[in-house]
Design a protein around this ligand. Structure first.
Ligand SMILES: Cc1ncc(COP(=O)(O)O)c(C=O)c1O
Length: 442
């Protein structure tokens, strides 16, 4: 029985230390919404993970799932990749965490990252991608002495206040005013976060011209969620920033080490001033970094403390050695000559196979794929803006995603998903079977 079939089996053998329902009883008493973060999954599809193996996950009931969430994209080598596990075990015996002065492992990783990241003369470690975008924005404000940052509608830059506008708006924004995604934002914050539609250079230009004296940076996900940049869009942002003395920040938390070894900046051939990374850089462990031009990165030098353009960067887990060795072991795989060609071909196969299933079942969905990202949306042509995604039939795509979870695929509803290098032909076959059953279930 394949894992996808096992997912359908009525009575797989439980493998958890406790039963599914007992775990959820504890979770409902102790965790807000019985969940982690902002995902509230319906009771009939939610599950408690017992372990991950390669491209698959097993829940405490013994059910297997093909994992397309991939640790939110952090696990480009899937679960428990042997060389990563070996490196982590070895490091764990030598210490989980150090602070204050350098450790060997983070220096070795920094030595590799600087030549890999095209815009980086230096890098600074963080713990998460959110921190990396927050520090990049702070550094841009310190460098320019200005407060505002322009972001794009539908773009996510992490959990901090500067990111929490118009990420998942229920209505389009009144540009450049964004719509708050959460309560608890400082009252004047909205004036400091400007919002533009993605892929719309004219609107960006207008906002930049109107805010030139206050604007520190434009931050962009170079490939925003599942939306490709239009020809010339990233180049246009670069030019606008140069003309107006504004910093260009690429949020490469997802695209970094995934679109190409050198991330979106290598893939699209546009260099930002600063770039933020997370996820893959720590091999799935707690690590992120900011990379960029020396003139900006050097503002983080602690010897500048007290100067108005000093950019404070500090954190307990920065440069964590466990994540650093996991990152080093991951980079060793990513550096192999055909790694990205093979990964993208595999993802292409997943998308094509899924499109065939949708067509065969006359389900009006598009299996959209870019590099190793993919997602099924109910629209008739690929989106160019967040408005296109909002105008798609998101209720149907959510229903189909939930049906896929029933059939043994781990995907989050209406969220972009990832193919990892360890997905196999068997996974594609089982995915086709599961999606077909999900279409019929709809
Ligand atoms: C583009 C982008 N930026 C920033 C972040 C935040 O990273 P983290 O969750 O590591 O804080 C994410 C997380 O998914 C992301 O997708």
């Amino acid at each position: 029985m394949t894992p996808a079939e096992a997912a359908l089996a009525d009575t797989p053998e439980p493998v958890g230390a406790m039963a599914h329902d007992d775990y959820y009883k504890i979770a409902s008493d102790s965790l807000p919404g019985s969940g982690l973060g902002s995902y509230a999954l319906p009771e009939d599809v939610r599950f408690v993970i017992h372990k991950g193996e390669g491209s698959r996950l097993q829940d405490v009931r013994g059910r297997w799932y093909i994992d397309y969430v991939g640790g939110a994209g952090a696990l480009i080598l899937g679960h428990a990749f042997p060389t990563v596990v070996e490196a982590v075990k070895e490091q764990a015996e030598r210490g989980l965490h150090f602070f204050g002065t350098l450790n060997e492992q983070c220096i070795q990783l920094a030595e590799q990252l600087v030549p890999i990241i095209p815009c980086a003369d230096r890098i600074a470690f963080t713990t998460t991608g959110s921190e990396a975008t927050a520090y990049a924005m702070r550094t841009a404000r310190a460098a320019t002495g200005r407060s505002k940052v322009l972001k794009f509608e539908g773009a996510y830059h992490g959990n901090h206040d500067y990111s929490a506008y118009s990420v998942t708006p229920t209505a389009l924004s009144n540009y450049p005013q964004g719509r708050p995604d959460t309560g608890g934002l400082p009252a004047n914050m909205v004036d400091n976060v400007l919002v533009s539609p993605y892929n719309d250079l004219e609107t960006v230009r207008k906002i930049v011209e109107e805010n030139r004296d206050d604007l520190a940076a434009i931050i962009v996900e170079p490939l925003q969620r599942i939306i490709m940049p239009k020809e010339g869009f990233l180049q246009g942002l670069r030019k606008l920033c140069d003309e107006n003395d504004i910093l260009l920040i690429f949020d490469e938390v997802v695209t970094g080490f995934r679109l190409a070894l050198g991330g979106a900046q290598e893939y699209f051939g546009v260099l930002p001033d600063l770039a933020s990374f997370g996820k893959i850089v720590g091999g799935g462990g707690p690590l992120g970094c900011v990379g960029g031009k020396a003139e900006y990165m050097d503002l983080m030098n602690p010897l500048n403390k007290g100067k108005p353009n000093y950019s404070y960067v500090n954190g307990t887990l920065h440069g964590n050695p466990i994540a650093a060795v996991a990152g080093l072991a991951t980079l060793a795989e990513l550096s192999k000559p055909t790694f990205y060609k093979d990964l993208h071909a595999l993802a292409d196969d997943v998308c094509k196979a899924c499109q065939e299933v949708l067509d065969k079942n006359r389900v009006p969905g598009l299996a959209l794929g870019q590099g190793s990202f993919w997602q099924i949306l109910f629209m008739d042509k690929p989106p160019v803006s967040h408005a296109d995604v909002m105008n798609s039939d998101m209720a149907s795509s959510r229903a189909l995603d939930l049906a896929q979870m029933h059939e043994g695929l781990y995907v989050l509803p209406n969220v972009r998903r990832f193919v990892s290098a360890v997905h196999t032909g068997q996974d594609i076959e089982d995915t086709v079977r599961a999606l077909d059953a999900a279409c019929k279930r709809l």
